[in-house]
Structures are given as structure tokens and as C-alpha cells.
Design a protein around this ligand. Structure first.
Ligand code: SF4
Length: 272
């Protein structure tokens, strides 16, 4: 998606982990805004997006100097106990702007030199492979959670046309695994998929997280409903996939291929 990139200098980059992220001491967003512009992105309904004139997905602010601010905040945060970081909750740290701006990489460099207790990197972008050298240095203190909501390209194009192809994400999971970086595949929000989906992920990951709008959008599905997502299902003749029970069908398919201790539901799957 075409977007404008602006550069801002943040006063602070570590936010307290609350609500869905209460298992973390902090969340960290290297950017404000996200040019992947997913149709179902609930951030569209949050103040960060509603106070802007431009449409969600068409603007991105890079937090210049974030790594310097982070180094100082990390030292202070340690005084209050273990520092566990979720990156990112309202942007994708490896969206296209990262290839130019490098904010996420600068933060990872800071973390590789002075590791937090745990870091979860939440992304849907193959660009994360660029930073394997730094992720490896974090050892078991990091997990890369790759969003793969479906194995159907037609479904991806309908719901998130501005995002990387499914195949590229699967190849990235393979590279991360070969490098020894802990990973998980995050099927969130669960979208219509084939029954063969679990078999495609089986060689790539030992941890699956399944979530949907109704458990995971922070409002019991209300935010998603207000985005009119149901219409997209209707256009594809897939309405039976829009509902609080749909995840269960996918969960059961995954349990035929993965041991139960490797398949997590909603918030549990994102915890450190
Ligand atoms: S990648 Fe995440 S933050 Fe970005 S638009 Fe999609 S759902 Fe929203």
C-alpha cells in the first residue's frame, strides 16, 4: 500500500503491558501506523488512528532515535523487576518502512548488547530474516511469532491485499528455524483455510497460536464488527467462517497434527 513516511523523535518507547498484554512488563512499537493496512486491523478504531486525517495504512511515523531512548528506559525498568517486551502491539515492526528506516534493527542491536528477560517479535513480514544475526544473539530470550492467518492466497488477497504472500512467510519460518531462532506460527485472526494447513506448518514450527476477532480484538468482536469485515466473507461465499465458533474447527484440525501442548488459544499463545 502507498504510504507517507514521517520521522518523529519519541520521548518514550516502552509502554506498560496491560489488558491482553498483561503477561508482559512492556510493549514496544518502533512505528506509529502500519502500511500493511489489513482490513480487520482493530488499531483502525483506536485513538492513534482515529485522530489522523489520513486513512489507516497510508501513513507511518518512524520513531527516530528509539534505540537511545530504549537503552535508558530499559535500565530504569529493570529496577521494577524482569523486563519482558511485546514488539509490537499496534504496528508491524517489519513493515516496508523498516527496510529504509531501520528502527527495529536499531532496537534489536540494543537488545543484543543488553538483553531484556524476554522479547516477542510479532510480525507477518519476511523482512525479519534480515535480522537473524541479532535474533540468534538473543538465544532463548526471544521468540518470533509469524502471523499466518490462512494458507489460502485468495483469502489473504481478499482480507489483507497489502501484506506479504503466505509462501514467503512460510519460507521465513523455515530460515528462522534453521538458524535456531525460537518461533511460532500465529493464526490470528483465524481466516478460512484448507484442512491441509496444519501439515504445511508441521515441519516449520513447534508452537501454534490460534486467535480470532471475538477473543482477540479487545472488545469481544465489537471493534471488528464495526469495521464491516463480515461483508468480505459474504463476497467470497464463506460466511460460515465468520463467528465465534470458527476457530474451533481450525483448532481441532491442528490437534490432529500437533500435540496439544504445542497448540495455544488466544492470549495464552502470546505469553512469554
Ligand atoms: S500488520 Fe498488524 S498492525 Fe499492521 S495493519 Fe495488519 S493487523 Fe494492523
Amino acid at each position: 500500500m502507498a504510504y507517507t513516511l514521517e520521522h518523529k523523535t519519541p520521548k518514550s518507547v516502552l509502554n506498560k503491558g496491560t489488558g491482553f498484554l498483561s503477561g508482559y512488563s512492556h510493549s514496544l512499537n518502533p512505528y506509529v501506523g502500519c502500511s500493511f493496512g489489513c482490513s480487520y486491523c482493530y488499531v483502525r478504531r483506536m485513538p492513534v488512528a482515529t485522530f489522523r486525517d489520513q486513512a489507516w495504512g497510508t501513513w507511518v511515523d518512524a520513531k527516530d532515535g528509539a534505540a537511545d531512548v530504549f537503552r535508558k528506559e530499559l535500565k530504569r525498568a529493570r529496577n521494577n523487576g524482569p523486563v519482558t517486551i511485546f514488539m509490537s502491539s499496534s504496528t508491524d515492526p517489519y513493515q516496508p518502512a523498516e527496510a529504509k528506516a531501520g528502527i527495529t534493527r536499531s532496537l534489536l542491536e540494543a537488545m543484543a548488547n543488553d538483553p531484556p528477560d524476554f522479547l516477542l517479535v510479532q510480525t507477518r513480514s519476511p523482512l525479519v530474516k534480515r535480522d537473524i544475526d541479532l535474533l540468534v544473539r538473543l538465544g532463548n530470550r526471544v521468540r518470533v511469532s509469524m502471523t499466518v492467518e490462512t494458507d489460502r492466497e485468495d483469502v489473504r488477497r481478499q482480507f489483507t491485499p497489502g501484506t506479504p504472500a503466505i509462501e514467503a512467510r512460510l519460507r521465513t519460518l523455515k530460515l528462522l528455524k534453521e538458524a535456531g531462532v525460537p518461533t511460532q506460527a500465529t493464526i490470528a485472526p483465524v481466516l478460512p483455510c484448507t484442512d491441509g494447513f496444519p501439515r504445511k506448518l508441521r515441519p516449520l514450527v513447534e508452537r501454534i497460536c490460534i486467535d480470532d476477532y471475538f477473543m482477540g480484538d479487545g472488545s469481544g468482536g465489537r471493534r471488528t464488527r464495526s469495521l464491516g469485515i463480515e461483508r468480505l466473507y459474504g463476497e467470497m461465499g464463506l460466511k460460515e467462517w465468520y463467528g465465534p465458533e470458527a476457530y474451533r474447527y481450525v483448532y481441532d484440525r491442528f490437534l490432529e497434527t500437533f500435540p496439544p501442548e504445542q497448540v495455544f488459544i488466544s492470549q495464552q499463545g502470546f505469553e512469554p
